[in-house]
Design a protein around this ligand. Structure first.
Ligand code: SF4
Length: 941
């Protein structure tokens, strides 16, 4: 029998800092009837909700798994230390967000490994979930514990805790894992592991045994099952086979990446030599740009987000970036929806891209020069020229940006003092190029060598060396008045140990976790003393892991094949030493890295032509792209990226040198389609198969329409709503976002304020304290078109999350006073029965009588302005006992504020100081000034 811990958790929520992390009732969740599915899959992310819920990969797997009728996928994230302490104190397990099911009750627990400093959280989650930490200790009754993500390319420090690891793309592999578990007879766990090991891309650590030399270096990693000596990563050959999730989870709580995302391409072949993702996710696979526009439009309609992100490792290099951005901005800018590119290389930035992005938002921009000197940029394969960066800075300032963050790394292979000083110098020149109009911040992290890159053999800076270089930068940047941000040297040091670590580190991890290591990626939580002791206890030393590795040394991940040949990595390292760039294989030539088989697996792009073995699908989209972005005046395609203009020019020059002289009187080359359609020399017959252009014109009418100015507000609707159930833990700040997204999904034409940062014209009544429920809350919405208030209410009701329930709506004059200024009092009911030790009813009655008899009853009220006393006898009317553990009271609203029931009752009933959050306070009614006690939007009863 499966047990839901929902009620037990609800009692804990008032006691934690952010209850919204654990509600699990967001829009887009898929709670299924767990009795009706054959397999329960916990998608686990070893970080706090705000980070975990930002991760697109998890949303993709959640969508894929829940499409299967036989599988229920639920989310489990790391509990923040406040909840962990409560769970331990009350003997409760870690549970999933949707069904509040213990981790131990799932068939599969799949962790996403994005960052080495989340490993102790993974152990904590298993421990709290009631799952044995070590794979060897698990029996047939325990969940299968698997992991995937970039850190899975060297999972050795975690190997004893994991049953299996998925290398590479998870879209298809996750289904295969489910099938293997469903086909298993549930008896011998080893049989299941064998079935998993037979799947492409699945690594079973128990089937490999490392052997070490006396000095600690690896002698060999021996395969236990002779049939499998290496494991090759899984590749999804075509991204278009898996459209983005149509209905992703839309959080109530502000998360780190609080926006809709469409992954426009996977893989990157630019070859930045420090970037693990750029190597292990090869080859390049672009999504069809036409589909991206359709999918993004549908996504925004379903989620109501105010920002759309086009995700990839370098979206400026996506061959459809220009027409996609333009089409989406034409469509969304009038609705104040921003489109962003979270990751863009300097040399991929173009005026076209920047002009589109700035149409809705121009607060700050981030770019990554990475190194301060040209010599070092050549070493790490950063292709841009300094002049390009300076030009970009001028453009940012011209287009209205005010802040610019520059990302750099220190400790890159071959770095000298000149290179470190170069960071400060380059930042200064960027600031000067923008004539002081940009506030420039240099954000500097420490280079951590990553497996499966040409720098996997490089050494890493010690903490002391890092601090010396940071001190130099602090001084130099301060001289130039550039703000300096740096990554904690100790965190990089810890990351470096585990990034290239071996299986012996598992004992260190377990010891550190047991002694309290948690959230190690957060500098205010990381406890280096615990880590130093744990390393020493197991006879291991950090410098061993951070040292430069001899090229012939066996590496802990050598049995895992990320698709990159050792020969290629060594050649690329040699090119780094010489400062020679490796060509981009999507536009120049293949350098045989090993990622492609040139049959199924190869680069897929939407260029018109390209390097050997690529699948160039540009012809399919050229027409659409030309319609979205007509050619330049000189006939050059306007939609292609800058890199493509350059390669096209080179190809054209070569072709011109080879071409025979034109015959006199030869036909001139046809003008591009968009130009011919415009001047009437071409037409498109929808029945001829040539109809795409016209269909696209119909489907994307806004592509050629300048955005209309936002119309003014014409009506103001006051909505009365309830806030009950889990919604009582949605905070005041989040409530605006929740209503805004619901209104967008409902298709309401919201009015926005004017100015640089237009805001939706919502105005809420006084904030309801977190944890209070209410029957009587109010919000005013201003709309740009007339709509019956009842229609506004009905449409919103369909889109708001559970517990936010519109009850009535009325039109109020646009000049009406704010809700807040019309309110006279609140009527509350308080349930004392939710306390751990409810007071004796006689004591409650005596307290109420004492209050009634008192002349004055001062209560301390704390706010961010300080503490003051309020006379509760004047502020509170009608404090009465209404049931065995129930009280009712009416609290007046004065210009200087109001009093919460908690402090008054705490004093009156002599409650312990930690009891106040557990009082169940429910607002029965809001009283308005004037002859009527209630607002017209309120029911007459
Ligand atoms: S095999 Fe060649 S084309 Fe394929 S990713 Fe590697 S370098 Fe590029």
């Amino acid at each position: 029998m499966l047990r839901s811990y929902r009620e037990a958790y609800e009692r804990l929520l008032p006691l934690v800092e952010k209850p919204g992390r654990y509600l699990g009732n967001e829009r887009g969740t898929h709670p299924k009837d767990l009795q009706q599915v054959r397999l329960r899959f916990a998608l686990a992310f070893p970080e706090v909700y705000e980070i975990a819920q930002s991760h697109l990969g998890l949303q993709i797997l959640y969508d894929i798994l829940n499409r299967r009728p036989d599988v229920a996928a639920e989310r489990v994230y790391a509990p923040w230390p406040d909840l962990e302490a409560l769970l331990r104190a009350r003997g409760l397990p870690l549970v999933s967000l949707e069904s509040h099911l213990s981790l131990a009750d799932f068939h599969v627990v799949g962790f996403s490994l994005q960052y080495e400093l989340t490993y102790t959280n993974l152990l904590t989650m298993l421990e709290l979930g009631g799952v044995p930490l070590r794979a060897a200790a698990r029996g047939p009754e325990h969940p299968l514990v698997i992991a995937g993500g970039p850190c899975a390319f060297n999972p050795e420090p975690l190997a004893p805790f994991l049953d299996a690891v998925v290398l590479g793309d998870g879209e298809e592999a996750v289904g295969d894992v489910c099938d293997a578990v469903l086909a298993w007879d549930g008896r011998e766990r080893r049989d299941l592991l064998r079935a998993l090991a037979a799947l492409p891309g699945v690594y079973v650590p128990a089937f490999f045994t490392p052997r070490h030399h006396a000095d600690g270096t690896l002698a060999a990693i021996e395969a236990v099952e002779p049939s499998q000596t290496t494991v090759r990563k899984r590749v999804l050959v075509d991204l278009d086979r898996f459209p983005p999730p149509e209905q992703p989870v839309v959080p109530h709580l502000g998360v780190v990446h609080d926006r809709a995302s469409v992954e426009v391409m996977r893989g990157c072949v630019k070859g930045c030599r420090f970037c693990q993702a750029g190597y292990v996710y090869r080859p390049l696979r672009e999504r069809n740009p036409e589909r991206v526009v359709e999918q993004a439009t549908e996504l925004m309609r379903r989620t109501g987000y105010e920002e759309l992100s086009l995700l990839s490792l370098s979206t400026g290099d996506y061959s459809g970036v220009n027409p996609v951005l333009k089409t989406l901005m034409d469509r969304f800018a009038p609705e104040h929806v921003a489109v962003s590119l979270p990751s863009t290389r300097v040399d991929a930035l173009s005026p076209k891209i920047l002009e589109e992005i700035r149409r809705v938002r121009k607060t700050g921009f981030t770019i990554a020069p990475e190194a301060g000197t040209q010599r070092l940029r050549d070493v790490i394969q950063k292709e841009y020229r300094e002049e390009e960066l300076l030009e970009a800075a001028r453009l940012f300032a011209d287009l209205g940006w005010r802040t610019l963050k520059l990302y750099f790394m220190i400790g890159l292979p071959s770095e000298t003092e000149t290179d470190v000083r170069g960071i400060a110098e380059l930042s200064r020149r960027v600031r000067e190029a923008a004539s002081g109009r940009l506030r420039v911040t240099a954000s500097v992290s420490t280079f951590v060598p990553k497996p499966h890159t040409p720098f996997q053999w490089a050494g890493q800076l010690s903490v002391e060396e890092t601090r010396v270089r940071q001190a130099l930068l602090r001084r130099e940047l301060a001289r130039h008045k550039i703000e300096f941000r740096w990554h904690d040297a100790e965190l990089s040091y810890l990351e470096g140990i585990f990034s290239r670590g071996d299986r012996r580190l598992a004992d260190v991890l377990e010891t550190a976790q047991r002694r309290g290591a948690r959230f190690d990626g957060w500098s205010d939580h990381c406890r280096m003393d615990v880590w130093r002791d744990a390393l020493a206890e197991h006879g291991l030393e950090a410098p061993f892991y951070l040292r430069r590795r001899p090229l012939g040394e066996q590496l802990p991940w050598d049995h895992l094949d990320a698709g990159l040949s050792r020969r290629f990595l060594l050649q690329d390292l040699a090119r780094a030493v010489e400062g020679v760039l490796t060509p981009d294989c999507s536009i120049e030539r293949c350098t045989y890295c090993g990622a492609c088989d040139f049959e199924a697996v190869r680069n897929i792009d939407h260029h018109l032509e390209g390097a050997k073995g690529g699948d160039h699908r540009g012809r399919g989209i050229a027409r659409w792209a030309e319609l979205a972005m007509p050619p330049e005046d000189d006939g050059r395609p306007a939609w292609e990226t800058r890199a493509w203009h350059e390669i096209r020019a080179r190809v054209a020059a070569r072709a011109a040198a080879r071409a025979p002289k034109p015959r006199v009187g030869a036909e001139p080359a046809a003008a591009p389609l968009a130009a011919r359609l415009a001047d009437g020399t071409a037409s498109v017959d929808p029945g001829s198969g040539e109809g795409n252009a016209e269909e696209w014109l119909d489907a994307v009418p806004s592509s050629f329409t300048p955005p209309a100015p936002t119309p003014p507000a014409v009506t103001r609707v006051r909505l009365r709503y309830r806030k009950v159930g889990p919604a009582r833990f949605i905070g005041t700040r989040e409530l605006t976002t929740v209503f805004l997204r619901a209104a967008r999904r409902a298709g309401l034409s919201l009015a926005f304020s004017q100015g640089h940062h237009p805001l939706p014209r919502f105005s809420f009544g006084p904030a309801l304290p977190l944890g209070f429920s209410s029957d009587d809350e109010y919000v005013d919405l201003e709309l740009t078109e007339h709509l019956a208030p009842e229609a506004v209410m009905t449409r919103l009701a369909a889109e708001l999350p559970a517990g936010l329930e519109p009850r009535a709506a009325t039109e109020v004059p646009r000049s009406a006073q704010s809700i807040e200024s019309e309110i006279a009092a609140f009527l509350y009911e308080v349930d004392l029965g939710a306390l751990d030790a409810p007071p004796d009813p006689a004591a409650v009655a005596a307290g109420v009588a004492r209050f009634a008899a008192a002349e004055a009853f001062p209560v301390r009220k704390r706010s961010r302005h300080g503490e003051r006393a309020i006379d509760a006898r004047r502020a509170v009317r009608d404090l009465v006992v209404t049931g065995p553990q129930r009280l009712r009271l009416e609290v007046q609203v004065a210009p200087e504020g109001t009093l919460k029931p908690g402090p008054l009752l705490g004093l009156l009933l002599d409650l312990p100081s930690d009891a106040e959050p557990l009082l169940r306070v429910h607002k029965l009614a809001t009283r308005f000034h004037g002859s009527s006690r209630d607002h017209p939007a309120a029911p007459s009863a």
